[in-house]
Design a protein around this ligand. Sequence first.
Ligand code: AP5
Ligand code: MG
Length: 214
Amino acid sequence: MKIIMLGAPGAGKGTQAKMLADKYDIPHISTGDIFRANIKNGTELGTKAKEYMDKGLLVPDELTCDLVVDRIKQDDCAKGYILDGFPRTIPQAECLDNALNAMNDKIDYAVNVDVPDENIIKRMSGRRACVGCGATYHIVYNPTKEEGICDRCGKELILRDDDKPETVENRLNVYHEQTQPLIDYYNNKGVLQEVDGTKDMQEVFDAIVAVLEA
Ligand code: AP5
Ligand code: MG
């Protein structure tokens, strides 16, 4: 099963993608996580990406497309994968389509997790991410057992650099301008599925599984 997660920043793409990856035993490919890992490791890609990410802007397509196309050609993607945060622009979607066509392959579903802007700001300020394994929590909606400590690996939790309110606002503007058009793009291809992302995490998950298994 090849799935794209669409949705605004903070809509819950990562949360749902991780749950789906566990359920279907397929890789979760998050371009945001890949960039953050590169920043942490001080790579050249990380240094370039950070410049854009800290401002809430998109990393240029030319730094993003090849990375994902290479990743989906790896053996562990043969059964399927979940793309989280990619594509994010029409040129990225076209680049993915070209690569898939060349592989005689296609996307099965693009799932749009729909959450209005007013809910997003609240979610982002409460999000905490683990410095070790990248697991995400929310101080109200999905708290850890011990405050500030990851349930999974015991490392420290931090607020992402780009989750400051002024950056979140930029990310939302960029989303509406550059990423929202992908909803029509995938609707025209007949693979779009919409779920209400304002429900609690388990309800959103059940709704996604229901459409994938319909
Ligand atoms: P990325 O890491 O992809 O960030 P994003 O799309 O802005 O999305 P988030 O990760 O912030 O949100 P999410 O939808 O995953 O929500 P989450 O599940 O964490 O990208 C970061 C940056 O990298 C971009 O700004 C850009 O610069 C760059 N980048 C990445 N990909 C790129 C690309 N393809 N092209 C160019 N640039 C790219 O949930 C949010 C919070 O809400 C959490 O605390 C969670 O616990 C909570 N939550 C989740 N679901 C619920 C629920 N149902 N109810 C209550 N709370 C919930
Ligand atoms: Mg995410």
